[in-house]
Design a protein around this ligand. Structure first.
Ligand code: HAM
Length: 424
């Protein structure tokens, strides 16, 4: 099937009104909240050297193996569209040297993964990510989880659930894989073809499989922490103790794994029942990434904004409509002369902070009143030859039709008062 040329590429979307208003609301709520935690914005490039992602996310991960948009730039160097935001932030911080210690950064922007498109899985999607650098330890992990929970509350997502687990340390990975492989072997016939292959190549991914049979087998497995050392288990216990202290409603999922290699110790994921199979709203954890000789440790997470907006629409069905900004006033012109003068009036009102709209195409007064109605404006300001001669403006309430004639200063005062009361 040929795709009509006005469609975006598969797995990518145009984002416009009315949905975009909800996106803006979600983003603004996040920015306000991040300021309370003293987390500052960073904007890193969308295109990075391919090696940055291979080395930080891990050569064998699905993202690196199958999902990156990689090509050669004009200099013959391999570059990739960023599939996630952590690696770029760490590259930036590694360049700062000792100044990077204690950095608290967030980013908001598009990420790209060439995944098989399906509900909830986009090829271009957007993340709000947070990275807190040093001091390492359970307290910082819990601060990041608390921030994550606060964001969910600010977005009004009551049904979202935080699940946490440990990834242990790199030196423990071989023992974890071996332990899981042994536990899985007796169940091999019940696993899907992919998971039978994963048994040998990447056994942790069996715990992630969405197939019914594999999920049932995964339920019977020991916790991954059973194969880790006492220090890693104590670290997770301390995280749990602090979560309780802050009364954060996170639950331990003993079989939670994350698909990126840079994690160690605490990992978490946020699920939401409205999202179906792709139910992860956000994910994160503690990590250690080396770049150009600098090793940076931090803890962070990223929320998928498409999924956040879907969940907000589910939990707060009226949210898109209420997020949409409405002009407070619609200016109606009777005749060409009035139209010209109303263009001046609109500019004056907007400069005073009053949102207003007007039609510039000379359509009839009736058609202009219809447009005023459709726009949801609270008032119409009507002006024709007669009003211009008298130096007056007719202010009409769109709610009850009441009309009055005002001079300019009184008109501005009335509209300012009304827009302050409405918070527009
Ligand atoms: P991630 O789990 O790969 O982690 O992605 C985080 C979130 O991005 C997911 O929970 C999901 O909501 C969203 N997401 C991922 N892929 C897609 C997709 N194809 N379509 C729509 N949404 C998607 C990371 O990216 C890590 N960098 C998070 C992190 C930051 N860890 C530490 N710091």
């Amino acid at each position: 099937m040929t795709v009509p040329s006005f469609q975006p590429l598969q797995g990518m979307s145009d984002l416009a009104s009315p949905e975009v208003h909800l996106w803006q609301e979600v983003e603004e709520a996040a920015r306000r909240l991040l300021a309370l935690y003293q987390v500052e914005e960073v904007r890193t490039p969308i295109l990075e050297p391919t090696g940055l992602f291979v080395r930080s996310l891990g050569e064998g991960t699905d993202v690196v193996q199958k999902e990156m948009y990689t090509f050669e730039d004009r200099g013959g160097r391999s570059v990739s569209l960023r599939p996630e935001g952590t690696a770029g932030v760490i590259r930036y911080l590694a360049g700062l040297g000792p100044e990077a210690a204690g950095a608290r950064l967030y980013y908001l922007g598009p990420m790209f993964r060439a995944e098989r498109p399906q509900a909830g899985r986009r090829r271009q999607f957007h993340q709000l990510g947070v990275e807190l650098i040093g001091p390492p330890g359970p307290a910082q992990d819990v601060e990041a989880i608390a921030l994550q929970q606060h964001l969910l509350n600010a977005w009004g997502l009551k049904a979202a659930r935080i699940e946490i687990n440990s990834r242990g340390l790199p030196a423990e990975q071989a023992a974890v894989s071996e332990g899981l492989r042994k536990a899985l072997e007796p169940h091999e016939p019940r696993l899907c073809d992919d998971c039978r292959r994963r048994l040998k190549a990447n056994v942790l991914r069996v715990l992630d499989c969405k197939q019914e049979g594999c999920r049932a087998v995964a339920e019977t497995l020991p916790a991954v922490t059973d194969f880790m050392g006492a220090d890693s288990r104590a670290y997770l216990d301390e995280v749990r103790r602090l979560l309780d202290l802050l009364e954060l409603p996170a639950v331990i999922n003993p079989r939670l794994v994350r698909g990126l290699d840079y994690y160690q110790h605490t990992i978490w994921e946020i699920r939401h029942p409205a999202l179906g199979a792709q139910d992860a709203l956000a994910g994160g954890g503690r990590y250690r990434i080396e770049w150009e000789g600098a090793a940076i440790e931090g803890v962070g997470f990223a929320a998928g904004l498409e999924r956040i907006v879907t969940a907000v629409q589910h939990d707060r069905p009226a949210s898109a409509e209420s997020a949409r900004g409405k002009p407070a006033t619609w200016i109606v012109s009777q005749g060409a002369k009035a139209l010209e003068q109303n263009l001046v009036l609109a500019q004056l009102l907007r400069q005073r902070g009053i949102a207003c709209g007007l039609a510039l195409d000379g359509r009839s007064v009736k058609a202009q009143m219809r447009a005023a109605n459709r726009s949801g404006a609270a008032f119409a300001v009507i002006r024709g030859e007669l009003e211009m001669e008298k130096g007056l403006f007719v202010l009409k309430s769109m709610k009850d039709g009441a009309q009055e004639e005002l001079e300019l200063p009184a008109l501005v005062e009335r509209l300012l008062r009304a827009s302050r009361a409405e918070g527009t």
